[in-house]
Design a protein around this ligand. Structure first.
Ligand code: PEP
Ligand code: MG
Length: 877
């Protein structure tokens, strides 16, 4: 295979092979934009290296050829003593992983070529600074030396000279630092810094390959659900310098505001600096708009390029650029990350501009983004003491205890505390603390700093660059203007939508998007965001094939689900109606020893059930309500065996309790989830299901008499054999007939045997609803109540699965059973209605699977209904 591509050979659709950065550099090159020449080594070469520990045969020769061509184009050789070609070696995977992997700049410098560079640039200081940067980056990245050794030496040099800023060091200082740094390399790597330019380059390429498996990269991929086996490409790019004086600089730009979506001039610029300085948030940048004053020609050209890119990609692009002595160079572009709100706004703005159609607008937003917009935010009229203003880097309202280190954040979060991670600036080592925290606050860095980019990616609230705050990480406190100090454990509130930082706990309110779904905020009164959500949801609804129902057991939930767009109830769990003060009645029923006792218990329960159902029918008038007959794990309704035994043994029990103990012993199960549940209970306790069906029928008849349109559906749980279903169905039909009420009778498919014998079961069922919670539990043999705590974190860590199968449907195993059951069920009964009511019904990926599997509807919790509607629309496009 071909392992190397010149930028002129690639294009933006080759991200799998060239990584995002390489593919887009190629695209820009071919658009005629000013990109420094270079080439990309493919992800395939990386995968080969990671698998075999060596680069593939022929790669070296291929690199020779491409490097030779680059040298001819530039008119100088890599590291040439009198006029060196210098290159950067940059990672670039298919999915952007900000700051996770490695980059080495200035490759090609050594004791000779540093003079050539000084001569050509006419700047001795610059050349030695570049050289020490190379040794520093190379030492850290390629040779694995702790970066602090270099940073300490730099600090020492500044201290010795009595200055604060790198800019105050001169050529002689950097010359000295080069010697010191070489000493550090020798001491900590046990070898000399390599002076052969090609050796530098080859080692840097391997280090980039290896950085794919750095712990922080692995953690980031798991968090973002990026597959672990993609590998990274490596870009070798001719160096251009933003640190050649005040007429040089480097910056980042967005074609639109990644927080609001609005068009305008957004970005940061840093004069006389090299690329990584901006992203690292090391020095404070100026707003991009200031570039107009600093260098109007480059500014105008940049604006032009931004327009070209946005029209070409038909989306928000982010850009990294460098200006070298008044000449603009594009170093990177990509379709930019954005907040959830911006995603909805931008999609609709692009439709308005005629760049995309409504189908594409729907496919450009996700259910996960919609979930983020449904988060609460701070109340407008909340009385709160604002202590600082930072940048609104990632929206949301977060309240928690202040912590100053990633480790503390993790520690407190594990104890169930809400924390806000406060740092001067974050770096990739803070990742696990950022994951653990409710929100992130930094005192330095702009909207493109590490903290901002990563937080937006995670959908986590972040305020960055709150410069008025003095963060003293070591002392564990921050000082705000006016002398307010905050120590670890003090509660603060941060508003990622406005950038405000408050002392203490600020009350939060519903999001406007939720108010819109609730119907309390009409579209015309809402802002642009509400309008965008409305437009996209409306279009998704016209496109989706799947119906969306809700899981609801109360009239209030049913009403909310309806407001959120549910077309019926897919699962009403009746056992929830038996908890609380009714538990005693159920206990009486289970423990009844005579026919009379049993009937008395049933008679007591029936009116309560009838009222429950009537209320739900009323709330869902005209739409189907699937009522599942009781499915209780018995232990939830009986006294605890151990407690009762102790009471009896210590003589504290009453006569009744002694008798109760016998019954509890008799009914005790080691595995209640595999025990006397669902249809089995209906089979062994005569009259229980019939009572429920009768309550349903009477409630429906009453509703009808009141002029309403109740649509009950009766669902039998945990069926594993068609014979069970026939027995219960016959009883239920008789009750319905007597009451003169019509209702379809169906079953849940939630055990592997039920799925595998679905052809038989469909003989006795008018509909199936997949109970993917139990189906996952029994297919994997994982107790749904225990395994997540017991060992899932380890399984996730080891990549045995990327996400819990209880969260996103396991397509290969459980999904296969769903397909088999759907197909064989429909073969028996072509008009068999198919739904799903496990937790997966509101999970975006799973909704796509159910669409493909040909189901008729998904049913999920009321709050997830809009997410399911949107994803069902996206699945159909
Ligand atoms: C299921 O098993 O997926 C289901 C919906 O039923 P429950 O969660 O009540 O067991
Ligand atoms: Mg179940």
């Amino acid at each position: 295979p071909k392992y190397v591509f010149d930028f002129t050979e690639g294009n933006k659709d080759l991200k799998d092979l060239l990584g995002g950065k390489g593919a887009n550099l190629a695209e820009m090159t071919n658009l005629g934009l000013p990109v420094p020449p270079g080439f990309t080594i493919t992800t395939e070469a990386c995968r080969h290296y990671l698998e075999h520990g060596a680069v593939p045969d022929g790669l070296d020769q291929e690199i020779d050829r491409y490097l030779g061509a680059l040298e001819r184009q530039m008119g100088k050789r890599l590291g040439q003593a009198d006029d060196p070609l210098l290159v950067s070696v940059r990672s670039g995977a298919k999915f952007s992983m900000p700051g996770m992997m490695e980059t080495v700049l200035n490759v090609g410098l050594n004791d000779e070529s540093v003079h050539g560079l000084a001569e050509r640039a006419g700047d001795e200081r610059f050349a030695w600074d570049s050289y020490r940067r190379l040794i520093q980056m190379f030492g850290k990245t390629v040779l694995g030396i702790d970066g602090e050794h270099f940073e300490d030496a730099l600090e020492d040099a500044k201290r010795a000279k009595g200055v604060d800023d790198d800019l105050d060091l001169d050529a002689a200082d950097f010359k000295g630092l080069v010697q010191t740094f070489k000493g550090i390399v020798r001491e900590h790597a046990g070898r000399d810094f390599p002076t052969d330019p090609r050796e530098q380059m080859d080692l840097a390429v391997k280090a980039v390959f290896e950085s794919w498996n750095a712990p922080r990269a692995i953690l980031y991929r798991r968090q973002e659900r990026i597959p672990a086996d993609l590998g990274t490409a490596v870009n070798i790019v001719a160096m251009v310098f933003g640190n050649l004086g005040m007429d040089s600089g480097t910056g980042v730009a967005f074609t639109r505001d990644p927080a609001s979506g609005h068009q305008g001039i957004y970005g940061d610029y840093l004069q006389n600096a090299q690329g990584e300085d901006v992203v690292a948030g090391i020095r404070n940048t100026v707003p991009l708009a200031d570039l107009e004053q600093i260098d109007k020609r480059s500014y105008d050209e940049l604006l032009q390029i931004m327009e070209t890119l946005e029209n070409h990609y038909r989306d928000l692009c982010d850009i990294e650029f460098t200006i070298e002595r008044g000449k603009l160079w594009m170093l990177q572009t990509r379709v930019g990350k954005r907040t959830a709100a911006a995603a909805f706004r931008i999609a609709c703005q692009l439709v308005e501009q005629g760049l995309i159609d409504e189908d594409e607008a729907v496919s450009r937003v996700t259910g996960d983004q919609l979930v983020q917009l449904m988060f609460p935010r701070f109340a407008d009229d909340a009385k709160a003491e604002k202590i600082a203003q930072g940048m609104n880097a990632s929206p949301g309202a977060a309240v928690g205890k202040a912590v100053f280190s990633s480790a503390r954040a993790v520690e407190l979060a594990e104890r169930g505390e809400d924390v806000i991670l406060i740092r001067r600036e974050t770096n990739p080592d803070d990742l696990d603390g950022m994951i653990a925290a409710r929100g992130i606050l930094t005192s330095r860095g702009g909207k493109t700093s590490h903290a901002a980019v990563v937080a937006r990616g995670m959908g986590k609230t972040c305020v960055c660059g709150a410069e008025e705050l003095e963060v003293d990480v070591r002392a564990g406190k921050i000082t705000a203007p006016g002398g307010v100090t905050i120590s670890e454990g003090d509660v603060i509130s941060i508003d990622g939508s406005s950038g405000a930082v408050y002392l203490g706990e600020v009350p939060v309110v519903d999001s406007p998007v939720v108010q819109y779904f609730e119907g309390t905020l009409p579209v015309e009164d809402g802002d642009e965001l509400v309008g965008s959500v409305h437009r996209i949801m409306t279009h998704a609804d016209t496109r989706r094939r799947l119906d969306v129902r809700a899981n609801a057991d109360t009239a209030a939930d049913a009403a909310r689900a309806r407001r959120f767009g549910a077309k019926g109830i897919g699962l009403c769990r009746t056992e929830h109606m038996f908890l609380g003060d009714r538990r005693q009645l159920v206990e009486d029923l289970i423990l009844a020893e005579t026919e009379k006792e049993r009937q008395a218990a049933l008679d007591a329960l029936k009116p309560l059930q009838k009222r429950d159902f009537a209320e739900i029918f009323e709330a869902m008038d005209g739409s189907p309500v699937t009522i599942r007959l009781i499915d209780p794990p018995l232990h939830e309704f009986l006294p605890d065996l151990t407690e009762l035994s102790v009471k009896v043994a210590t003589g504290d029990a009453s006569d009744d309790e002694c008798r109760l103990l016998d019954a509890v012993r008799r009914l005790h199960e080691e595995n209640p989830m595999l025990g006397l549940r669902g249809v089995r209970l209906g089979v062994v306790i005569p009259g229980l299901f019939a009572m429920q069906v009768s309550a349903i029928a009477e409630a429906a008849a009453e509703q009808k008499a009141a002029g309403r349109d109740p649509r009950p559906e009766i669902m039998i749980p945990l069926v594993v054999a068609v014979q069970e279903l026939e027995l219960i169905r016959d009883q239920a039909e008789e009750v319905l007939r007597e009451a003169g009420v019509d209702a379809p009778i169906g079953t849940m498919i939630e055990l592997p045997r039920a799925a595998l014998t679905a052809g038989q079961i469909a003989e006795a069922a008018e509909f199936f609803s997949f109970g993917t919670n139990d189906l996952t539990q029994t297919t994997w043999g994982f107790s749904r109540d225990d395994v997540e705590a017991a060992f899932f974190s380890r399984y996730l860590e080891l990549g045995i699965f990327g996400v819990s199968p209880f969260e996103t449907l396991d397509v290969d195993g459980v999904g296969r059973l769903v397909r088999v059951a759907a197909e064989e069920g429909r073969r028996t009964r072509p008009d068999l209605k198919l739904g799903i009511c496990g937790e997966h019904g509101g999970d975006p990926d799973s909704v796509h699977f159910f669409h493909e599997a040909g189901l008729d509807y998904v049913s999920c919790s009321p709050f997830r209904v809009p997410v399911a509607r949107l994803e069902a629309g996206r699945a159909a496009i």
